[in-house]
Design a protein around this ligand. Structure first.
Ligand SMILES: Cc1cc2nc3c(=O)[nH]c(=O)nc-3n(C[C@H](O)[C@H](O)[C@H](O)COP(=O)(O)OP(=O)(O)OC[C@H]3O[C@@H](n4cnc5c(N)ncnc54)[C@H](O)[C@@H]3O)c2cc1C
Ligand code: FES
Ligand code: FES
Length: 493
């Protein structure tokens, strides 16, 4: 059975749409169709947060409020969810507590960025269980650019508003809205359009496999934090969209005998605590992945399938020895993640084949893992270089090494020459560390681009190898890092 209209909850009503372009963004629909003009367009590429709205879904029996950049979210992605905008916050003329705090603290000057900031804080207001910290507010606002107020009053407003249990119109109507959302959860495939132009959102994996086998020229959309920009910036004429966000089988995180199987549509926000529990450096890289809005939408599968040479997950997962599971029609195959990336823009993925899961083993107790993200800004910036090292230490020697880099080649890639120098190296022989760092030059001839020069990339990558060796040998991360200190002590034996 197929449903031919999109349905989502908006201001207490169900919106049903049976005709819309598969490229329509939530922002376009709000401003051009609903004429809700409170949500602004700044960059149209997911960076500034002026367009932030909140999307609410049921997860584990409760409502989860997530800030979403509406400029790069496709309208069809809203199926089965509730959309909240800045217009919906005030209650009978009374400002919402977040809005009132912003006004009281003088958190707005020109005001263009303010609706987005209010929406990010509003989502936090509903998620933080009445307690927050300055660091958390900074994290929440990393994807909201304000050029004229200065952040101190905005952060103060967030701290004031988010202290105390949520008590607003939305919290008071939570039960009714939860029931309404359950009413939309029909588990039926969505297909709006016709065979040459459509937005489809299959409800299960079998339907996805069949549809993609039939339309392997369609564009798979998960969180749209990449695809959204193809539409808004490249004006890509995408006519067939298969949204994978409703496929329950792809959204689970399952423990395996030695790690986790993470479904392709698991968002970076949901993956972060799980991957972060394997190693705190992964948690910190994911904390710095885009912004809270990007992590709420962007998925593990999207970050792998896009084949980006500067994607943050791939080098870390390669160093951990992860495998990727792909499915085409009825056929499922598994391959080491490092072999998935063939060349720039080319992955080992057949037409009609999609990413199902990523299987991530936990490093054994004798292994020491490190990951470092180098970018021009700490928050919301794409990596110039990402280094990930997994070193097995036995009897004070490195008995095995897996080292992978992003940003050093056309694909995320193992550093085989570095690994060869490291294998067998006694950790205490500090004079030989430089040889391992120098081997980066045998492995890579990086590009010069806007993020970094080739020489810088080579130098920083080598230095990161030395930094990892120093830390694993016992140097305190207080002395090796200026930010994001490693949270656990783990000096090598
Ligand atoms: C402001 C901003 C900041 C960002 N910061 C970072 C960052 O710090 N680090 C980083 O690595 N990336 C970053 N990104 C890039 C992006 O967020 C990530 O690559 C994200 O993981 C993509 O996931 P998605 O679900 O949004 O993918 P989508 O945009 O939905 O899809 C991306 C690609 O993968 C394909 N695809 C998606 N799912 C599947 C599947 N299951 N099977 C087959 N193909 C599939 C799509 O067809 C498309 O080609 C940023 C993006 C923005 C806009
Ligand atoms: S308009 Fe800048 S993030 Fe959407
Ligand atoms: S108030 Fe002017 S940009 Fe934020």
């Amino acid at each position: 059975m197929t449903r031919d209209c999109l349905q989502f909850l908006r201001t207490g009503r169900v919106v049903r749409l049976d005709r819309f372009s598969p490229r329509t963004t939530v922002l376009d629909w709000l401003r051009e169709h609903e004429r809700s003009l409170g949500t602004k367009e700044g960059c149209a590429e997911g960076d500034c947060g002026a367009c932030a709205t909140v999307v609410v879904r049921e997860r584990d029996g409760r409502l989860v409020y997530e800030p979403v950049n509406s400029c790069i979210t496709l309208l069809g992605q809203l199926d089965g969810a509730e959309l909240i905008t800045v217009e919906d916050l005030a209650d009978r003329g009374e400002l919402h507590p977040v809005q009132a705090a912003m006004a009281r603290q003088h958190g707005s000057q020109c005001g263009f960025c303010t609706p987005g900031i209010v929406m990010s804080l509003f989502a936090h207001y509903h998620c933080c269980n009445g307690a927050t910290t300055r660091d958390e507010i900074n994290n929440v606002l990393a994807g909201n650019l304000c050029r004229c107020t200065g952040y101190r009053p905005i952060v103060d407003a967030g701290l004031a508003a988010c202290s105390g249990a949520a008590d607003d119109r939305l919290s008071r109507s939570a039960d009714a809205r939860l029931q309404a959302l359950r009413g939309l959860d029909d588990n039926i495939d969505l297909f709006v359009g016709n065979d040459s132009s459509f937005f489809a959102a299959p409800a299960n994996e079998q339907s996805l496999a069949r549809l993609y086998a039939r339309h392997h020229d369609a564009t798979i959309v998960a969180g749209a934090t990449d695809v959204g920009l193809w539409i808004t910036k490249k004006l890509a004429p995408i006519e067939k969209v298969i949204h994978v966000g409703r496929v329950a089988e792809l959204s689970s995180i399952e423990p395996t005998s030695d790690g986790y199987a993470i479904g392709a549509t698991v968002s970076l926000a949901r993956a972060a605590p799980v991957l972060g529990s394997i190693d705190p450096d992964i948690g910190e890289v994911l904390r710095r992945f885009g912004s809270i809005q990007v992590r709420a939408c962007g998925t593990v599968g999207g970050n792998i399938a896009n084949g980006s040479p500067i994607g943050d997950l791939a080098p870390m997962l390669i160093a951990m020895g992860a495998t990727v599971e792909l499915r085409r029609d009825e056929r499922i195959r598994t391959l080491p993640l490092e072999s998935f990336f063939l060349a720039y823009g080319k992955q080992d993925r057949q037409p009609g084949e999609f990413v199902r899961r990523v299987i991530v083993p936990k490093p054994p107790a004798s292994s020491h893992f490190r990951a470092y993200k180098i970018s021009k800004r700490i928050d919301e910036d794409i990596s110039a270089v990402l280094a990930a090292l997994s070193l097995k230490i036995e009897g004070g020697r490195i008995s095995d090494a897996k080292v992978a880099f992003g940003g050093m080649a056309g694909i995320p890639k193992r550093a085989k020459a570095v690994e060869a120098v490291l294998r067998g190296l006694p950790l205490a022989e500090t004079r030989r560390w430089q040889a391992a760092a120098d081997a980066v030059g045998e492995d890579f001839t990086p590009l010069t681009d806007v993020r970094a020069s080739s020489a810088y990339r080579l130098r920083v990558a080598g230095n990161l190898v030395i930094k990892a060796l120093a830390e694993i040998a016992g140097a305190n991360s207080d002395t090796t890092r200026i930010a994001g200190r490693r949270m656990i002590a783990d000096a090598a034996e």
